[in-house]
Design a protein around this ligand. Sequence first.
Ligand code: HEM
Length: 471
Amino acid sequence: MKEIDQQVRDSIKSIINKRVVAMKAGETSHDDLLGILLDSNYKEIKECGNNKFGLSIDEVIEECKLFYFAGQETTGNMLVWTMILLGQHLEWQTRARQEVLHIFRDKKPDIDGLSHLKVINTIFNEVLRLYSPAVLLRRQIHEETKLGVVAIFLFYIIWRISNWLWIEPKRIEKFLKDQGLKGTSYRFMYGDLKEMVRMMNEAKSKPMNLTHDIAFRVSPFFHKSLNTLGKSCFTWMETSHDDLLDILLDSNYKEIKEHGNCNFGLSIDEVIEECKLFYFAGQETTGNMLVWTMILLGLYSEWQTRARQEVLHVFGDKNPDIDGLSHLKVISIIFREVLRLYSPAILLRRLIHEKTKLGNLTLPAGTLVQINTFILHHDKDMWGEDVNEFKPKRFSKGVSRVTKGKATYLPFGGGPRICIGKNFAILEAKMALAMILQYFSFELSPSYSHAPHAMPTLQPQLGAHLIMHKI
Ligand code: HEM
C-alpha cells in the first residue's frame, strides 16, 4: 500500500512540477481540474505575498487523490449497482434503452442529449437510494451546537487523552440523554467500536438473498441501533489514542483554534516530520547506546559484575520498576561513560540567522556552526591522559565535577534545543539493561571486529557479536 501511495504521489508530483514550471513561464493552462487548482493557488500565494497562503504541493496532491477517489470509486460503484439492478429488472432496462435510442439513435451521446434522459435519471435516483455508494456522512462537532432537526446519528468521538477517557464521555452521555436522545451507554476506551467490528465481520461472512433490503448487511450496527434506539440516537466511536501523535494533533488543533486560522500550528507535513524525528531521534540513539553498553560490559567484565550486583540488590529477581531505576547509580555512571566514548549523536549543528558574536568572533548570517561532540569527548586537553579509557568512575561525583563547568560533555546536545527525550532514554535503557543483567551474563565473542561507524548515528558497522549465558 505504502509503495503504491508513493508511486501515486511521485507521478502526481511530476505532473504538478511540469505544470508549475509551465505556469511560471507564463503558459497558464486551466482547462482541467489540476490546471484550475494550481492556477487559483498560484494567484492566492502571489496575492498574499508568501506561500503560507494557498495549498502546499502535498495538499495539492491530497486534493488530486481525493478527487480521484471521490469521483472514481463512487461513480464506478453506482454504475455497477445500476447494471445489477437493470439485469434484474429487464422492463426498466428496456425502457432505458428505448429512451437512449429515441434521443441518440445510433449516434454517440452528446452533452445536450444527456440532459433529456429522464428515465435514466429516475433509475439513477432509485439506485442511489437503494445502493448509495457513500453509506455515511459525518461531521465532527467541535463546540456545543444546536441542531434544529436532530441528525439521524450523533457520534461522540472519544479522544483517549487523560481524564477524557471516562469523565468527559460520561458528561456528554448525560448531556445528550437530558435532551431526550437515546443512545448506547459509553464503554471504556473503545466505545461501540468492538461491537461494530464484530457485527460487521459477522455480516460479511455470508452473502444475502437478492433483495434490496441491504441496510442490515452494509451497516449492521447502525441498522440495529436505529431499530432499538429510534431514528435519532447516538453512539460512541473511537478515533484516537493517548499516544504521542494524538497529543501532537490535539495541541496543534487547540493552537489553530485559539488563533482562529490554520496559519498557526503545524501543517500535516510538519506533523509527519515530527513523527519521523521522534522515531529516528528516539529509537536509533537509545538502541545504539544500549548496544555500545553491551559491547563495553562484555569487554570489561568487572563493570558488568558491579552493575549486576547493583540490579540484584535493588530488584532481586523482580521486574524493575520506575522508583528502583533511580537508585541504579553504577549503571548511571556506566551510561555516562558509554555516551562519552561512543556518543550516538556525533555532531551538533546550529544555523545562524543573523550576524552573531561568538566569543571573539563575529559570524555572518547563514554560517553553519558545527560542534563535533565526538571529537570533544575524546579531547585529551579536556579529559586528561586517560581520555580513551573506559572509566565510569570519572563520573561518580557528577558531570560538572569532571568538566569543571565547561560545555565539553554534550551527548544530548545543549541549550534550548537539548534532546527532549534525554531522561526518557536513560530510563528506558536502564530498564532494558537491568532485565538483561538479571537473566544473562555476556562476553564479547572472538568473532567481534571493532568497527565504529557513523551512519548517521554511531554504531558498530560489523555488528555486536556477543556470547550470552543464561544465569
Ligand atoms: C541515548 C539516547 C539519545 C541521545 C544520545 C540523543 C541525542 C540527541 C541530540 C544530540 C540531540 C540534538 C540536541 C541539540 O541539537 O542540542 C537530540 C535532539 C532530539 N531528541 Fe534525542 N537523543 C536520545 C534519545 C531520544 C529519545 C528517546 C527521544 C524521544 C522519545 C528523543 C527525541 C529528540 C528530539 C525530538 C530532538 C529534537 C529536539 C529539538 O530540536 O528541539 N531523543 N537528541
